[in-house]
Write a protein that binds this ligand. Structure first.
Ligand code: AMP
Ligand code: MG
Length: 396
């Protein structure tokens, strides 16, 4: 049985970033930038008002001074090329270009107006309420680096530079293949002996959650059908994730069918609980193949530990970032936890206000406990951690 660390290393060694594609900005959320971005224009591109008020010369705006309001108005939009004459104020609105000759904007709340004359209630100083050209970003400034993760704010930054699309690594197409004669899709009635297929929607959304594109199919425990379904999956997808059928039962045909289809088994069985029956293989055309245990909790844990990093690596994360996972945090144990087994154990737990409790039964079919969990605590074999100890957990 392979050590978990070695299994992870071999899996990540086999993974690489996907081809670079240019995609519209609004479709890049959470993706990894495959290019550096440098500012091409100053932002703001022109001096503009940050308030609704009057463009003025600050020196003419002491409390009690009066100014004649020009009949032209400068609103946001087209720069009307207005020029402020001595003794005058020009009505201006937020975002509008500041007229030549003005050096401040006085808020409308700070003047009183009668007809076309304003009287200053509260004076301004030069520069007040003006957002200077290039005050946020200067042309030529480095804005984002290769490897940066796209967030809504970074998307806004690039949009503000007039950039409609950026280079990212293409999302991997991940085919989920569930297996089992006992499985029924939610929505259909259950016959005696059947259970609902919970792995398929769980794994599809887990794939989407880390940034891949998921498609799903199902095969009964029949070599013929498995050959057809897995053959189609291998032809279509970058990564194939199979759930169930990889153990030692008489109906577990996945391994032999994969081999018939040309997949080279890199390893089978990893020292990790839950999740021992786990297959990693590679097809000569580059498709990576994972066979996860059928038990939903085991499938969930092995997906997070072994498959999610490969999806992040395909998206362009460095091997280190991909291996590190989405997030870790330190919490204080609210109860003692012990791994009495001989494999590293990923306990599922719930942290609230910095405290960690295990979330219900830790059996590998128990989805309710999993649904209550928001993190996993990994303990090596034989390790006992006492209540009150600070431990690191992986957020899920
Ligand atoms: P297997 O690995 O195929 O032997 O399955 C192990 C256990 O997981 C069995 O109890 C299966 O019924 C269950 N199982 C397998 N696939 C799924 C699935 N897609 N959804 C829910 N349970 C499953
Ligand atoms: Mg099965």
């Amino acid at each position: 049985m392979l050590e978990e660390k070695e299994a992870k290393r071999r899996i990540l060694d086999a993974a690489s970033p996907g081809a670079v594609t240019w995609i519209p900005l609004e479709l890049t959320l959470d993706q990894v930038l495959a290019q550096e971005v440098t500012g091409s224009v100053d932002s703001p591109p022109f001096d503009n008002s940050s308030m609704d008020g009057y463009a003025v010369r600050a020196a003419e705006c002491k409390t009690g001074d009066s100014l004649q309001v020009n009949e032209e108005v400068q609103a946001a939009g087209l720069d009307r090329g207005l020029e402020l004459l001595a003794g005058e104020a020009i009505r201006i609105f937020t975002g509008a270009p500041v007229p030549a000759g003005a050096d401040a904007v006085i808020m409308q709340e700070d003047v009183s107006r009668e007809g076309n004359v304003i009287t200053i209630v509260e004076g301004v100083v030069a520069g007040e309420n003006i957002r200077r050209r290039g005050g946020d970003v200067c042309a030529g400034q480095k804005l984002l680096e290769r490897g940066d993760i796209m967030t809504p704010a970074r998307i806004a930054l690039l949009a503000s530079q007039g950039i409609p699309e950026v280079a990212v690594h293409g999302k991997p197409l991940v085919q989920i293949v569930t297996t089992g004669d006992e499985l029924v899709e939610p929505g259909a009635p259950l016959l005696p002996g059947e259970i609902y297929n919970s792995n398929s929607p769980m794994l599809q959304t887990a794939v989407t959650g880390v940034g891949g594109i998921a498609v799903a199919s199902h095969a009964f425990d029949d070599p013929e059908e498995l050959r057809e379904v897995l053959g189609a999956a291998l032809a279509a997808a970058d990564i194939v994730v199979i759930a169930g059928g990889v153990s030692v039962g008489e109906k577990d045909f996945v391994k032999e069918v994969l081999e018939e289809l040309g997949v080279i088994t890199e390893f089978w069985k990893v020292k990790i609980k839950p999740g021992k029956p786990f297959v990693f293989g590679r097809h000569p055309d580059g498709t990576l193949v994972f066979g996860l245990p059928g038990n939903p909790v085991s499938a969930f844990v092995t997906f997070h530990v072994f498959v999610a990093p490969v999806i992040r690596r395909s998206l362009g994360d460095s091997p280190e970032d991909a291996a590190a996972g989405v997030g870790r945090t330190s919490v204080v144990l609210d109860e003692a936890v012990e791994n009495t087994g001989d494999r590293p154990h990923y306990f599922r737990g719930r942290t609230e206000n910095g405290k960690l409790k295990l979330s219900g039964t830790q059996q590998s079919h128990a989805i309710f406990g999993l649904s209550r969990a928001n993190c996993m605590l990994r303990l090596d074999p034989g390790v006992k951690v006492e209540e009150g100890t600070t431990v690191k957990v992986v957020l899920i």
